[in-house]
Design a protein around this ligand. Structure first.
Ligand SMILES: Nc1ncnc2c1ncn2[C@@H]1O[C@H](COP(=O)(O)OS(=O)(=O)O)[C@@H](OP(=O)(O)O)[C@H]1O
Length: 424
């Protein structure tokens, strides 16, 4: 054996080496072709972007709840969604459900070109949307704050988009908007200043003579009167002849207008519309004020709030009626039963995830601390320790405040940070 044997069989050895080489080349070519045909693997660029994104925020991995095949089917099953996030109505809670859904299904988000809002309070424009990311053929989800302009939104989203929004009792909404947006809405700011100098409650001072503080030509005053109507793109200053027609157009455009006072029933209808399971709809009440930041309203103040926001009352009452019509179509008994089931399953998930609720901001880590304003305290949640990595990923996402989740998803989608607001 050894060298003499090799020398004697040199031709056979050479042939064997050649055959092995040819076989390896063939296998390599087939595998490359497969990857190209099915487009399964991300490009090196996208892989690097994703790695960078994962490094960017200390958010645990998204749990892989579904198998790849099931995920692909679910992706096909649910249509693109626009969620019109009206102010102080519970929108961050619904947005969080959609953020989780979109992240799990690798949806493409239509994000604002700058910051977290579509150039609010301007009416929505196509130009306010960031570019379609490389490799995406359409936007699947749009759920950041805007003032609605339906034809413009339709230009951004695919034709089969489902439109949803959320309305809240106008008295609760206005009280919350007034307290939360003290420094960003000029009319409220002036009222607070006057109230401070008179030593009186600001809301009472404002409602005693709102016209003193409210300049309708000031663009920043959109939320100062009928804030929900303003967000829905209606004339929020006064009723005019086009209101009934505008309402009818909204009714036609929106597949579902959820009602905060019937939140669980609204989620059941949302789930039916998008084909979601109860686990997908589990939620924590996000962006809530601490008890000491809420103003108790007596009947006199409530009547003044109602009268100042009469168009919001009209809007709300109209869509509450539409909501119950939809509920009747779904089946009232069925809706009641499913809402009860959703409440139970959500309660179990809350018990598993949350170690402490209504936590003051100073006691929360940066990742879980909601945005605060000068005038109110917004409380958050503490996540339980000792969770599996998968549960931790799920639970943290459910309590992640809007800004943190938004910037995480933005970085994941574009591989870069969000653009800041332009300097004034
Ligand atoms: N599920 C549910 N049901 C009823 N109400 C809810 C729910 N989730 C959040 N909230 C209340 O909604 C208020 C926050 O609304 P938003 O998240 O839309 O605010 S924001 O515009 O994004 O700042 C805030 O209201 P206030 O606490 O009265 O200010 C939340 O407590």
């Amino acid at each position: 054996m050894g060298l003499r044997w090799l020398w004697r069989h040199r031709v056979s050895a050479l042939l064997a080496v050649l055959v092995i080489f040819l076989l390896l080349t063939l296998l390599a070519t087939r595998s490359l072709q497969n990857n190209r045909t099915h487009g399964l693997r991300p490009t090196a660029d996208r892989r690097n972007q994703r790695k960078a994104a994962e490094k960017h925020t200390p958010i645990p991995h998204q749990p892989a709840k579904h198998t790849p095949t099931a995920r692909a089917e679910r992706q096909r099953a649910h249509p693109p969604v626009v969620f019109l996030k009206t102010h102080r109505t519970g929108g961050s809670t619904v947005q969080n459900i959609l953020f989780r859904l979109g992240e799990r299904e690798s949806s493409t988000f239509a994000f604002p070109y700058r910051t977290y809002q579509f150039n609010y309070p301007d009416r929505f424009r196509v130009a306010f949307v960031d570019e379609l990311p490389e490799g995406s053929s359409q936007f699947d989800l749009l759920c950041s704050h805007m003032r609605l302009d339906l034809p413009q939104v339709r230009k951004v989203m695919p034709q089969n988009t489902v439109f949803i929004t959320l309305l809240r009792d106008p008295i609760k909404t206005f009280e919350s908007v007034f307290r939360y947006h003290t420094s960003t809405v000029p009319a409220f700011f002036s009222a607070h200043r006057a109230a401070a100098s008179e030593g009186k409650p600001a809301l009472k001072v404002f409602l005693d003579s709102p016209e003193t503080f409210w300049d309708p030509k000031e663009p920043g005053n959109g939320l100062a009167k009928n804030p929900m109507s303003f967000d829905m793109g209606l004339n929020n200053q006064k009723w005019n002849g086009s209101w009934p027609e505008d309402l009818a157009l909204l009714e036609e455009a929106f597949h579902l207008v959820m009602i905060a006072e019937h939140f669980d029933e609204s989620l059941v209808l949302l789930g039916a519309l998008l084909g979601l399971e109860h686990e997908d709809l589990a939620y924590l009440r996000l962006n809530a004020r601490a008890g000491n930041s809420v103003t108790e309203l007596d009947e006199n103040i409530r009547a003044k709030v109602r009268s100042w926001n009469v168009l919001d009352t009209l809007l709300y009452d109209f869509f509450v009626q539409v909501f119950w019509e939809k509920a009747a179509q779904y089946g009232l008994e069925r809706l009641k039963a499913e809402a009860a089931q959703l409440r139970d399953s959500t309660e179990n998930i809350r018990r598993k995830c949350v170690s402490r609720a209504a936590v003051p901001p100073a006691e929360l880590e940066d990742l879980l601390r909601p945005r605060q304003t000068e005038s109110v305290t917004i409380v958050g949640y503490e996540v339980r320790g000792n969770l599996s990595l998968q549960d931790q990923g799920f639970c943290v996402r459910m309590m992640l405040p809007e800004l943190q989740y938004h910037s995480h998803l933005y970085f994941k989608q574009y591989g870069r940070d969000m653009r800041a607001a332009p300097a004034d």
